[in-house]
Design a binder for this molecule. Structure first.
Ligand SMILES: *Cc1c(COP(=O)(O)O)cnc(C)c1O
Length: 227
């Protein structure tokens, strides 16, 4: 069994180390604990260590945990592919969605966001390593969707999310994250309120931090391998 407190502590220490190497301040980075396929009890163990931001990818599983943990002070992020028949649940139970990639999905999330909740924070997912992942917008198409999202009153455009193709060489990892960063900086000319660059997972977070990531999404390094 994984000692979640210990692994969380070591991930945090390593994030600090990566930030120092990048000469970045710790206040510019947040750690999203990716809790898909984990139990509510595992999440509670992370909460006991001060973790507050959690990421989920599967709507049904996530909504059950959101309900079970309703008494806790948690910020919930949806990071998986968004199907249009799931937007209502996502709009009602999450604070953030990192994986918006279609106009139809953006419109539905906006229409279905309950009035008693603040606007839903949205990142647009960009398909940066075209060869592998089919999820995400082509870089050239991101600005058009961003222009729509800023007109939707129940959504708040926060930034970009990317999942590069798996790559173990840190130089190669950085090369791809650098492309995301350049796109982000270009978009910020037109959308200055964008403040979030969601990139970096267990195997590549240090490279992402070197390239300006503001949110790393880490599952395995905290909770151990998933079934
Ligand atoms: C599962 C997942 C992660 C976490 O991956 P690990 O390799 O376990 O850290 C991060 N982002 C997304 C979008 C995921 O689906």
């Amino acid at each position: 069994m994984v000692d979640i407190a210990a692994s969380l502590q070591s991930v945090r220490a390593d994030l600090d180390h990566c930030l120092q190497q990048a000469r970045r301040d710790a206040s510019g980075l947040s750690l999203l604990a990716v809790s898909k396929k984990r139990t509510a009890d595992e999440i509670r163990q992370a909460i006991a260590c001060g973790q507050r931001e959690f990421g989920e990818s599967y709507v049904q599983e996530a909504v059950a945990k959101v309900k079970e943990l309703a008494g806790e002070d948690i910020c919930w992020h949806f990071i998986g592919p968004v199907q249009s028949n799931k937007t209502r649940d996502i709009a009602a139970h999450f604070d953030w969605v990192h994986s918006v990639e279609r106009e139809k999905i953006a419109r539905r999330l906006d229409q279905q966001r309950p009035d008693n909740l603040p606007p839903l924070n949205v990142c647009l997912q960009v398909n940066i390593s075209h060869e592998q992942s089919k999820s995400g917008l082509e870089p050239d198409d991101v600005a058009a969707l961003a222009r729509l999202v800023i007109t939707l009153p129940r959504l708040k455009l926060r930034g970009l999310m990317a999942i590069p193709a798996a790559e173990t060489d840190p130089q190669q990892q950085r090369r791809v994250f650098h492309q995301v960063r350049l796109l982000f900086e270009a978009l910020r000319q037109e959308f200055p309120a964008m403040d979030t660059l969601s990139m970096g997972m267990s195997g590549d977070y240090c490279a992402a931090i070197a390239e300006g990531s503001t949110v790393v999404r880490i599952g395995t390094a905290i909770f151990g391998p998933r079934q």
